[in-house]
Design a protein around this ligand. Structure first.
Ligand code: CO
Length: 315
């Protein structure tokens, strides 16, 4: 519309006697002038927003991990809103009662839409693609179906342990973080969550292999997975270990770390290892606080090309 008007204006009464060539030149000049701004201006990039999704925690001390993750994502996307979603309803209800509410996935996406976000990067803060991650993907898809066209794209970033390179990087970061505290001959035992069904056990076996090749005295066992405490105990005995460091292989040092791993009760791993004659040290640090881990999640968010609003890409 504006271009047509600019085109016609010079042909009006202001240049009645101009020779044809000069008129054509002028018209071309004006057309170029009118077209130039549109051609030169880079298209405004769509407004991006980040949705960080975690199981959640109600343990205040565990929040240090989330704070570190939040800071890393805000630094990586300084102009984008960063919103959190917790998937655990029990934890969300508890936090709401305590006056510090955190929303779920649908609430987080609604907030980003309200903020004018066009491209969403949903980043899973799960350790691996187990049942929690599958539920997250499903919840995002259902929300997209309920609000078609709300976002131009919704990218889903993969969890922490997706590849051998991830496992090696995580092993390196975790082992380095204990430098200077753990003595030669001390074992490091990481408590993974694991799950009763599914492929999580295989991911843990691969991760365990990465830890073992970086450090033969680094072990992984799980709360709910196939490799449990009894197997761990046998391994520690076979290696003739005396002192054991305990640390969660979870994003936060929350309920499992404080109770099942390091708790005072006699059924905690710490109590059972002490009862079995080991000296036990605890390192109640969530993976989110370990230097290098947040950067790995940021990389996964950047690398995601998996737009959940579109058909899978076939290249
Ligand atoms: Co659990």
């Amino acid at each position: 519309m504006t271009r047509a008007r600019a085109f016609r204006a010079p042909a009006g009464p202001r240049f009645p006697a101009a020779p044809l060539a000069a008129l054509t030149f002028l018209v071309l000049l004006l057309v170029c002038a009118a077209a130039a701004p549109a051609a030169d201006a880079a298209p405004t990039p769509p407004r991006e927003g980040i949705l960080l999704v975690a199981f959640g925690t109600s343990v205040p001390e565990a929040e240090a991990s989330f704070t570190a993750m939040d800071a890393a994502f805000r630094a990586a996307w300084p102009h984008s809103p960063v919103v959190w979603a917790y998937t655990s309803q029990i934890i969300r209800k508890k936090l709401a009662r305590e006056g510090r509410p955190v929303g779920g996935i649908a609430a987080g996406l609604a907030r980003l839409a309200k903020d004018g976000v066009q491209v969403v990067r949903v980043q899973s803060l799960h350790i691996m693609a187990g049942e929690e991650f599958a539920a997250l993907a499903r919840a995002v898809l259902i929300d997209i179906q309920k609000h078609p066209g709300r976002f131009r794209a919704v990218y889903l970033g993969r969890p922490l342990l997706e590849s051998r390179a991830d496992a090696q990087a995580v092993a390196g970061s975790v082992l380095r973080a204990l430098d200077g505290r753990r003595s030669p001959g001390d074992a490091l035992v990481l408590m993974g969550h694991g799950q009763e069904h599914g492929r999580a056990d295989l991911v843990l076996e691969g991760t365990r292999a990465a830890f073992q090749s970086a450090d033969p005295l680094a072990f992984i066992a799980t709360v709910e997975g196939a490799r449990g405490f009894e197997e761990l105990l046998a391994e520690l005995r076979a290696r003739k270990v005396r002192r054991v460091w305990l640390q969660p292989l979870m994003l936060v040092a929350g309920d499992h770390a404080r109770n099942d791993l390091a708790g005072e009760e006699e059924d905690s791993w710490a109590s059972r290892l002490r009862a079995a004659g080991f000296t036990v040290e605890t390192n109640l640090t969530g993976l989110g606080q370990v230097p290098g881990i947040a950067a790995r999640f940021v990389e996964h968010a950047r690398a995601s090309r998996d737009d959940l609003t579109a058909e899978p890409r076939k290249e």
